[in-house]
Design a binder for this molecule. Structure first.
Ligand code: ASP
Length: 317
């Protein structure tokens, strides 16, 4: 029997799916392309998929354009509360944190839990764990950018609709602080060894209740990775993604569909079943790439050995 071709390294990165306004589109596209290039740098040097995902996600956590780390949206109480996760396709290992406020890189904290005693830690317990691991911490205020402070004030003044789902659909309008939501960040990578990893980091939805956990840290919903099938990462209205198990749904379509078809099939299914609003990025185990979304826009970049530079989504769908 012919030996199967060796896996082709590839990476795909997202920076959120929502009504990204024209004047923020460039920053989103450039941000995801930079993160994609960083992840590709790891893969091209024979690095591991997990390290590639970490390179992309941690870079975006420090980019104030996105709703992850610095630049995260604020809760109803006016603080930043973040969720993050990583999944290792070799053994379906998962590390996740939820509702953390002072861990500088929630993604690194999530990764430190990969193959540890517990899959997920939240709140104070997660913060204590991160300190024990020697991970960097900072003040909650260090994550807050002026844009989000103004949005919070506008929300308090009643200028922003309370329904977070509507925010993912709404066409950009009004002055910047009332626009929303923001872009969670995520990445899926496959390395030369055929290992697949997926990960993401988020400040969640603007005006969420403190203690709310979205899809991002939940395996099967916000992310999925299994070397035997493929990997996916999601973004958008978390409550719909959670009810749909969107990442797992998308990957399960790889059994009889291409990566691109699997992405769109899962989005269509979510639309029909739970009226969700979201985007998904996906990689199959042979390194084929796909993405789909039913929000007005989604920031996406991908790279593989056939491209000279990371591909970035254009100005139109
Ligand atoms: N899915 C994230 C959440 O609901 C938000 C986003 O992707 O923008 O927490």
């Amino acid at each position: 029997m012919d030996k199967p071709p060796p896996p082709r390294p590839a990476v795909i990165v997202h920076g959120g799916a929502w009504a990204i306004p024209d004047d923020e589109w460039k920053a989103h596209r450039e941000g995801v392309a930079r993160a994609c290039a960083a992840a590709w740098g790891v893969l091209a040097a024979n690095g591991a998929a997990l390290d590639a995902v970490e390179a992309a996600v941690t870079l975006l956590e420090e980019d104030p354009t996105f709703d992850a780390g610095v630049g995260s949206v604020l809760t109803r109480d006016g603080v930043v509360e973040m969720d993050a996760a990583v999944m290792d396709g070799r053994d379906r290992g998962v590390g996740a944190v939820a509702c953390v406020r002072t861990i500088r890189s929630p993604f690194r904290a999530a990764r430190s839990l990969l193959h540890a005693e517990h899959v997920m830690l939240m709140g104070e317990g997660a913060e204590r764990w991160a300190r024990e691991q020697g991970l960097a911490t900072c003040d909650n205020a260090d994550f807050v950018v002026e844009r989000e402070r103004r949005r919070f004030e506008a929300m308090r003044a009643g200028a922003v609709p309370a329904d977070p789902r509507a925010a993912f659909d709404r066409r950009p309008s009004g002055p910047p602080p009332t626009r929303g939501p923001r872009g969670t960040v995520g990445c899926v990578a496959i390395d030369r060894g055929g290992n697949i990893a997926a990960g993401g980091s988020t400040g969640g939805t603007p005006g969420k209740r403190s203690g709310r956990v979205g899809d991002t840290p939940i395996p099967g919903a916000g992310l999925w990775a299994d070397n035997r099938e493929g990997g996916a990462a999601c973004t958008g209205w978390g409550e719909g993604i959670l009810r749909m198990g969107l990442a797992r749904t998308a990957v399960s379509h790889l059994r009889d569909a291409s990566a691109q078809d699997a992405a769109w099939l899962s989005i269509r299914e979510m639309d029909a079943r739970v009226s969700g609003l979201a985007g998904v990025i996906i990689l199959s185990r042979d390194g084929s790439i796909g993405f789909g979304f039913n929000t007005p826009r989604m920031a996406v970049s991908y790279m593989d050995g056939e491209l000279a530079d990371p591909w970035v989504i254009g100005n139109d769908r």
